[in-house]
Ligand binder design. Structure first.
Ligand code: PGA
Length: 254
């Protein structure tokens, strides 16, 4: 049986009012609780507290979109993992392509964050994926291999089960053009092989999410692909209707 994680990445979009309204619609809209389908929302930092409060009696988990790798100190403007634990976060997205592109995050930095998150007992959602130029040059697998090997350096065996990987081809993010089923299947199979290669048999259970223009319309087709264990959803997670539809697609597949 497949397990899924359906995660909404709200990016820099909500305010207290719109965030609370969105989660309220999600709570009332979920028609069943299927434990094999975990649901997560990752609001902007400033809305995590109110969203966590609104979700306190629901099966929906709360996560963050970024963190610093140090637990405290003189890092003006940064947010630490203990602060996010304090707010009720259980997942943290790291290495999103927007952070790699606009904030120059490297695989080494993402590795430091992954280790800090795992050591604190939380689950990192480590984003990887190739750009259009890299795909056109047929460098996709090379790029994915490099991202995985650096981002997963020095992970302890006991931490493997808490790792989540999100395969997000950069050219598919926010463009309305998702990867084809063949491209998703090929990439996810490759990622699974690499994970097992690097981390051993325990890596068979690591959730590998697909992200990049995942919508209510294409969710079922993508989620049923082997080695796809959920989705990281941007645009379609900002509307309760489309996010709920993606959740029920996953629920229909378990
Ligand atoms: P998208 O974003 O669903 O809007 O393409 C996905 C992501 O950036 O995680």
């Amino acid at each position: 049986m497949k397990n899924f994680l359906i995660a909404g990445n709200w990016k820099m979009n909500t305010t207290t009012g719109t965030a609370t309204e969105l989660v309220k619609s999600l709570i009332t809209g979920i028609d069943k609780d299927v434990p094999e389908v975990r649901i997560l929302v990752c609001p902007p930092f400033t809305n995590i507290s109110s969203v966590a409060q609104a979700l306190s009696d629901s099966p929906i988990a709360v996560g963050a979109q970024n963190c610093h790798f140090e637990y405290k100190g003189a890092f003006t403007g940064e947010i630490s993992i203990p602060m996010l634990i304090d707010l009720g976060c259980s997942y943290i997205i790291i290495g999103h392509s927007e952070r790699r592109t606009y904030f120059h995050e490297t695989n080494d930095l993402i590795n430091k964050k992954a280790i800090a998150i795992l050591t604190a007992g939380l689950k990192p959602i480590i984003c990887i994926g190739e750009t259009l130029d890299e795909r056109t040059a047929e460098h996709t697998f090379m790029v994915l291999e490099k991202q995985l090997s650096v981002c997963l350096q020095n992970i302890e065996e006991s931490q493997i089960e808490n790792i989540v990987i999100a395969y997000e081809p950069v050219w598919a993010i926010g463009t309305g053009i998702s990867a084809t089923s063949e491209q998703v299947a090929e990439a996810h199979t490759f990622i699974r092989e690499q994970l097992i290669n690097k981390l051993g048999k325990k890596a068979e259970s690591i959730l590998i999410l697909y992200g990049g223009s995942l919508t209510a319309e294409n969710a079922k087709e993508i989620l049923k692909i082997k080695n796809v264990n959920g989705g990281l959803i941007g645009g379609a997670s900002l509307k309760a209707e489309s996010f709920l539809s993606i959740i029920s697609s996953a629920q229909s597949l378990v």
